[in-house]
Design a protein around this ligand. Structure first.
Ligand code: CA
Length: 700
């Protein structure tokens, strides 16, 4: 990809001179390598727009004639363009040049996500435009489209022409839009207003989704919607397809962004207009305690692009994942397909299952003795780590922490340590503070952590989505890698391609996570619904540090106190598979060792956190999900049900050999769990029943 853009840079110079500018351009259709995903791009009266969908085979009108193809649109005519401090490049655009870059194959290794070995194939095309304002500065706008099977990604680059004085700009906004059909429905999460919530720590991607609601629904806080955004586009029964399904299949579309580094801000979607148009929205001025620009400061691309600078000169990618089922969405790798690793890992980073006292024992447990108990718990489970949460600086102290680090070494456990990201962007009081915001103290801290054998840090309470804050995320990751330390973010933004970009990046919260079970009975009542949503939305595009698998029935250190969990134990076991994060801070407590059936403890001793493959089997967002993940040679098929009625399905299990003995963790209608074995028949299918708030796990 980079080599191709080099030749295009030179081409622009030639093109600008050689081609008369036009303010319209014929429609260009870009097809995916399998020919089934399409993207249309055209310039109409100086406005650039695009639309997209997939092609399905339809019955020929005449008997015996070959099947025809039918376009199934998922994204209607939507605008493109950039607003900058030197030129408005959303209007009066003049077409200079386009080039079909052909088919490009790529293979890469992805650590700590849903699939370890990824092969992609894409068709890409670049377009070059200028306009009267940009021409004055000798600048041109390049838009690059990459069309994969079931996925589309695009981004912008601003080019300097020969003799241009301007080498730096501020992007103040994007015209990039997403127009949905009028009957589409949305599964989307509102963006919070800034500097509100606990200790003025929002936004942190922890709001309640709307479920299957019209796309024109107004967002709760008037600030639009956070990525990723899932849409259902109802099928159209008047068009029949070759499978005889009358074309009535719903289409699904997931919109997100990836490749956000310190060189840009993170964005979200506006509320939709009355005709279903969402547009890219930049951070709110109030974020980060009002400090820092809402725009993005960029260096411009010239003809002498060095091999490593693509991140500085392309904007982040806007991504669309879609098709006639949820399979492309659950299995998508587009957040990583279009980004590159930004530095080499300094060591071999591994997945980790951690005990975590804070999630049920809360602040009072951040003391030396309780941490010893959770280190012991990790050791007895055969897990890799123990997370020591906020408050350690005053309650345990550095000397006490060093003793705990030594105790971890003795037990064969690696500690993870919590930090406050502040700084000065919100009022979160927990310690350790003032260690991560400044490069001088941060590097000292990283050295102390490395010397203590710490595997990772969990950094909490960030200031929002401004470029200022993206630079902090990147700086923490980069410094941590220098000392062989992994990073989990909490109270934070959605990670956008970071599993690949930053090899020591582990996971992020950016979701209403398990802590809310402790905080609110209302959340306990909704736990299953949320869990059945995440595989299709939040967790489809990035690792999700949920802090799950609560096996205590009541959410409190003391027996008989706290909120009551509504889900079954097997449901909780299944979330260990369904929720993907290479570092898992599970909610098990010392009492689980004596109170839970042995099969539950044994399952948690064996469950992996790193996966080689992920497959969607069945489900509907917020209702139920059945999916499979493979770790090494071992497959785990996991299901969750939030619906009142039981899920009763016969599922195909081609990942297991016919005749093999399967272990099935399941629930009866009273949500009593059991572990049984069954032989898989010749047809490799199994009938499963999952009651409301119940789960299932099938493994070898
Ligand atoms: Ca949180």
């Amino acid at each position: 990809m980079r080599k191709i853009t080099l030749s295009l840079a030179a081409l622009f110079v030639a093109a600008a001179a050689a081609f008369p500018a036009e303010n319209s351009m014929k429609n260009h259709r870009i097809l995916s390598p399998d020919g089934l995903t399409y993207l249309d791009v055209r310039l109409d009266g100086g406005r650039l727009c695009y639309s997209a969908g997939y092609r399905t085979l339809v019955k020929a009108k005449k008997k015996g004639a070959p099947a025809d193809t039918l376009d199934v649109p998922v994204l209607l005519d939507s605008p493109l363009g950039l607003y900058t401090n030197v030129a408005d490049m959303s209007k009066d655009l003049e077409f200079l040049k386009t080039e079909d870059l052909g088919t490009h194959k790529n293979e890469y290794r992805l650590r700590g996500s849903k699939q370890s070995q990824v092969s992609t194939e894409e068709n890409s095309r670049y377009f070059l435009f200028t306009n009267p304002e940009a021409k004055e500065q000798k600048l041109a706008l390049m838009v690059g489209f990459r069309v994969f099977n079931n996925n589309i990604a695009y981004s912008y680059r601003i080019f300097q022409g020969q003799g241009a004085e301007t080498t730096a700009i501020v992007v103040t906004g994007e015209a990039s839009g997403f127009r949905l059909p009028a009957d589409a429905t949305a599964f989307i999460c509102p963006q919070s207003s800034p500097m509100v919530g606990w200790k003025r720590t929002k936004p942190s991607y922890e709001e309640n989704y709307i479920w299957d609601k019209p796309v024109t629904t107004r967002s709760q806080y008037g600030q639009g919607w956070t990525f990723p955004c899932l849409f259902r586009i109802p099928g159209h029964p008047w068009k029949s397809d070759a499978s005889g399904r009358n074309g009535a299949t719903d289409s699904w579309l997931l919109i997100s962004e990836t490749g956000v580094s310190g060189n840009y801000c993170a964005s979200h979607l506006s509320d939709a207009t009355s005709d279903g148009l969402f547009t890219i929205a930049f951070p709110m001025q109030g974020e980060n305690n009002g400090f820092g620009s809402t725009g993005a400061q960029m260096g411009l691309a010239d003809c002498n692009i060095s091999p490593n600078d693509w991140m500085t000169q392309w904007t982040p990618y806007r991504t669309l994942t879609f098709g006639p089922s949820l399979k492309p969405i659950v299995e998508t790798t587009v957040p990583w397909d279009v980004v590159e690793q930004l530095y080499e890992p300094s060591t071999e980073y591994k997945g980790s299952r951690n005990t975590w006292s804070w999630i049920i024992w809360q602040d009072a447990s951040i003391n030396y003795d309780d941490q010893v108990r959770f280190i012991d718990l990790a050791a007895s489970l055969g897990w890799e780590g123990c997370l020591i949460d906020g408050g350690w600086y005053e309650n345990i102290g550095r000397k006490g922490m060093e003793k705990l680090f030594a105790y971890c070494r003795e037990k064969g456990i690696r500690p993870w340590v919590w930090y406050n990201s502040n700084g000065g962007w919100n009022d979160a009081p927990q310690s350790a503070r003032q260690c991560m915001h400044n490069p001088i103290v941060r590097k000292q801290e990283m050295k102390w952590l490395r010397d203590g054998g710490v595997a990772g840090i969990k950094v909490d309470f960030f200031g929002g989505d401004k470029q200022e804050t993206m630079r902090l995320y990147e700086a923490i990751l980069s410094d941590a890698n220098d000392y062989g330390i992994q990073v989990i973010f909490h109270g934070c933004t959605l990670p956008r391609g970071w599993e690949k970009m930053y090899p020591n990046y582990c996971s992020s919260e950016a979701v209403l996570a398990s802590e809310n079970l402790y905080f609110s009975q209302g959340f306990c009542e909704m736990e299953a619904r949320h869990a059945c949503l995440h595989p299709f939305v939040r967790n489809a595009v990035a690792s999700m540090e949920y802090g799950g698998t609560v096996l205590q029935k009541r959410l409190h250190k003391e027996a008989g106190k706290g909120n009551t969990r509504r889900t079954s134990d097997v449901f909780e076991l299944a979330t260990a598979v369904v929720f993907q994060s290479s570092g898992q801070n599970f909610a098990l407590t010392p009492r689980n060792l004596t109170e839970q059936p042995q099969f539950e403890i044994d399952f948690m001793k064996g469950v992996p956190t790193t996966w080689d493959e992920t497959r969607f089997i069945d489900g509907y967002p917020g209702r139920y999900v059945i999916m499979a993940r493979r770790s090494g040679n071992k497959w785990y098929v996991a299901g969750l049900n939030a619906q009142e009625q039981a899920v009763e399905l016969t599922i195909q299990l081609p990942m297991f050999d016919a005749g093999s003995t399967l272990t099935v963790y399941g629930d009866n209608e009273k949500l009593e769990g059991s572990m049984t074995t069954t032989a898989l028949g010749k047809k490799q299918q199994l009938s499963v029943t999952i009651p409301q708030n119940g789960g299932i796990v099938i493994t070898q």
